[in-house]
Design a protein. Structure first.
Length: 171
């Protein structure tokens, strides 16, 4: 059993992520009453595993494989900057429709799928942000719409659930 599973065994929020009542699509999360505008934890399930990813130890639910978890907002910074005011709805929108610069999930998937779908990571603009440029980001959107679903639980304490985010599960 992985360290995060031991650390959070019997936790109600984790149980809701591992046995969700349902998994949501990109369109469902984007709806006005879709994903909650609250702090929490979210879990990404996939029906197709990217080449090179060993998902043999990953949790499975109803034919979907849990590969990634995230927290929103992220842990408060220790450098004096104000804490993030992000919430689950904003983070999922970024993961589903943003770019690689704003989403570790998009960055990892785009790199893993480069040979399969033709994404190429580039530095752009004066900031040097990483992106797959518009065509590559659109390919990621289509793949995510087709092969990814998400579940969430509100009210998660980011400090308590950081081991899951840090483990990055399958990805």
């Amino acid at each position: 059993m992985s360290d995060w599973k031991k650390h959070l065994a019997g936790d109600e929020i984790i149980a809701r992520l591992l046995q969700p009542e349902r998994l949501y699509t990109a369109d469902e999360t984007a709806m006005r009453d879709g994903a909650p505008r609250q702090a929490g934890i979210y879990a990404w399930y996939f029906d197709a595993i990217p080449a090179g990813v060993d998902a043999s130890q990953c949790h499975r639910h109803a034919g979907w494989t849990l590969l990634y978890c995230g927290l929103s907002p992220k842990k408060p910074p220790t450098n004096g900057r104000p804490p993030s005011r992000s919430h689950i709805h904003q983070r999922l929108r970024t993961h589903f429709r943003g770019n690689a610069a704003g989403s570790t999930l998009r960055l990892m998937l785009g790199c893993l799928l480069e040979a399969e779908i033709g994404t190429v990571l580039r530095r752009v603009g004066t900031t040097g942000w990483l992106t797959f440029t518009n065509p590559g980001e659109q390919l990621l959107n289509h793949g995510r719409d087709t092969h990814a679903r998400v579940a969430w639980a509100v009210g998660a304490d980011n400090g308590r659930y950081a081991p899951i985010r840090d483990a990055q599960l399958g990805l």
